[in-house]
Design a binder for this molecule. Structure first.
Ligand SMILES: CC(C)(COP(=O)(O)OP(=O)(O)OC[C@H]1O[C@@H](n2cnc3c(N)ncnc32)[C@H](O)[C@@H]1OP(=O)(O)O)[C@@H](O)C(=O)NCCC(=O)NCCS
Length: 103
């Protein structure tokens, strides 16, 4: 999970989960595992009520990671200079067991 600071673009005001790995490590579940840990930290230690994620519609791997995290499709949203697909996860939904257990 990345908390924006002034050195980074910040088109999304909410807490946002994002991930990027070197290609050699793709396809092993690392993004999902790392993001799940980040979400656990954000909700349990950070007290967040909601986390969002955005990705290009063609980025099927990223969309799949958000689905595996238990995030829900919201719609499309213009940010970072493009129309992106938005997902969200609320603390309530996470608490209901909709998302993988914290690591
Ligand atoms: C997106 C990214 C972080 C995924 O990392 P990863 O470690 O491979 O992700 P995971 O292994 O946890 O999960 C990937 C899932 O996407 C699926 N997937 C991968 N490519 C896919 C494709 N072309 N079509 C459909 N599903 C695809 C995988 O099968 C896997 O799902 P599964 O577990 O149900 O089989 C990685 O591809 C990446 O760093 N990409 C470049 C940066 C980027 O685009 N970041 C996201 C910005 S929004």
């Amino acid at each position: 999970m990345r908390y924006w600071n002034s050195a980074l673009p910040h088109d999304v005001a909410e807490a946002e989960v994002t991930y990027a790995l070197v290609p050699a490590s793709w396809g092993r579940g690392h993004a999902t595992e790392g993001a799940a840990a980040a979400l656990a930290f954000g909700f349990l230690d950070g007290g967040l009520s909601e986390v969002v994620g955005v990705a290009r519609e063609a980025n099927l791997a990223s969309l799949r990671v958000m689905e595996k995290l238990g995030m829900s499709f919201v719609g499309t949203r213009f940010c970072y200079g493009a129309e992106l697909v938005e997902y969200e996860l609320t603390a309530a939904a996470r608490g209901s067991g909709a998302v993988a257990a914290p690591l």
